[in-house]
Structure formats: structure tokens, C-alpha cells
Design a protein around this ligand. Structure first.
Ligand SMILES: C[S@@+](CC[C@H](N)C(=O)[O-])C[C@H]1O[C@@H](n2cnc3c(N)ncnc32)[C@H](O)[C@@H]1O
Length: 183
């Protein structure tokens, strides 16, 4: 399967980031439970739309941007070039180490992954979280069936919901935002 974006997709995402960065991506970044010194994983970082705002909130922490696409990762490096506390991982060419992160977040990523692949992805995300750490996602609300699968896999992997809300996001419509904690 080809996960690489076209030039048009990259251009459209850059425009969305330029015109709606604050109202779409910063609103999510600002709600992450961060104090500034955490180790954070952006799973499916794309061009770094959310990471750009999260990196600013981590003066003494570290952010890992992970994506399945080499081309998105290369655009992401450009978006985040002014930050030093970031590393970049290509999913599947590198393993996620156990109990490494305080926060893992997924912004409009999980609904795009097949049920079969989610059965590998969710345990990997749960495994790389430290005990007491949080997994936060924002996914389109109209993906009801996929959201059911995601919730069930999270709970099977010992992640428990502590907060949930529905938000109306400019351009993207209604989305579900949830926080799960690893006990
Ligand atoms: C809709 S984009 C969202 C990007 C970014 N989170 C944002 O909100 O702008 C989905 C991203 O997830 C990545 N992705 C899809 N499947 C993935 C997987 N199995 N592992 C890692 N990244 C994946 C895609 O390459 C793409 O960059």
C-alpha cells in the first residue's frame, strides 16, 4: 500500500495549517495535559501541524514525531526546523520502546487505519506509554464504527477513559476527543 502524499495533498495541508492552524491544531495541542517536561509521541504526525504547537509547550521535554510516510516526515522536519527537542521515526522501520512516553496523541489518524492494522498499532501505543501516562485522540465523529473498534482495543490494552468531549472543528466538522490513562 502507498502511504505517500501527493504534492497537491501537501499543498492543501500547508494551506490549512497556514489559515486554520490556531483554530484547528492549536486547540487540540492546548488541551493536552502537559506541564512542559514530558516525553511525548505524536503518532501520525503528518507535516507537524499539531506538533508545531506541542513543541512550544515542551521547553524541558521531548517530542517524537512518527509517521508511516517518509515524505510527510520530511515535510514535518521543515515545519519544526526551529525546535531542537524533537526526533523523527518512521513507523515499522523502528520499534517503539516500552514505557517511554508520558503522553501519546493521535490527531485524525486512527480512523484511517484498517481494523487489522489497529490490532497491532493500539498494543504498540499502549506498550510505549509509561504507567499513569495518557493516550489522547481526536477523530471524526462520523466514523462511528471505527471509533467503537478503537475504544474496545484501547480498553483491551488496559487504557481507561477519563475524559471525552465532542468539538466542532472548522472545516473538519464534529470530532470526538478522548483521554485514556494507562493504569
Ligand atoms: C489525516 S493525516 C493527519 C496528520 C496530522 N496528525 C494532522 O492532524 O495534521 C494522517 C497521518 O497518519 C499517517 N498514518 C497513517 N497510517 C499510519 C500508521 N499505520 N502509522 C503511522 N502513521 C500513519 C499518515 O501518513 C498521515 O500523515
Amino acid at each position: 500500500m502507498n502511504f505517500e502524499p501527493t504534492r497537491l495533498e501537501i499543498l492543501l495541508t500547508r494551506l490549512a495549517f497556514f489559515f486554520c492552524g490556531k483554530s484547528v491544531y492549536q486547540t487540540f495541542a492546548d488541551r493536552l495535559p502537559l506541564e512542559g517536561k514530558e516525553r511525548v509521541l505524536d503518532f501520525g504526525s503528518g507535516m507537524g501541524t499539531v506538533a508545531y504547537y506541542v513543541a512550544k509547550r515542551l521547553p524541558d521535554g521531548h517530542l517524537t514525531c512518527l509517521d508511516i510516510s517518509k515524505r510527510w516526515l520530511s515535510v514535518c522536519r521543515k515545519t519544526l526546523c526551529k525546535f531542537v527537542n524533537i526526533n523523527y521515526l518512521k513507523w515499522e522501520s523502528e520499534e517503539l520502546s516500552k514505557e517511554t512516553f508520558n503522553i501519546v496523541y493521535c490527531h485524525f489518524v486512527l480512523h484511517d487505519i484498517s481494523e487489522r492494522d489497529l490490532e497491532r498499532v493500539v498494543p504498540a501505543l499502549a506498550g510505549c506509554l509509561k504507567p499513569g501516562g495518557a493516550l489522547v485522540f481526536r477523530e471524526p465523529l462520523n466514523e462511528k464504527e471505527k471509533i467503537k473498534v478503537i475504544k474496545s482495543l484501547l480498553e483491551k490494552n488496559k487504557l481507561f477513559p477519563v475524559d471525552s468531549r465532542i468539538t466542532d472543528i472548522p472545516i473538519m466538522g464534529n470530532a470526538l476527543e478522548s483521554i485514556y490513562i494507562k493504569r
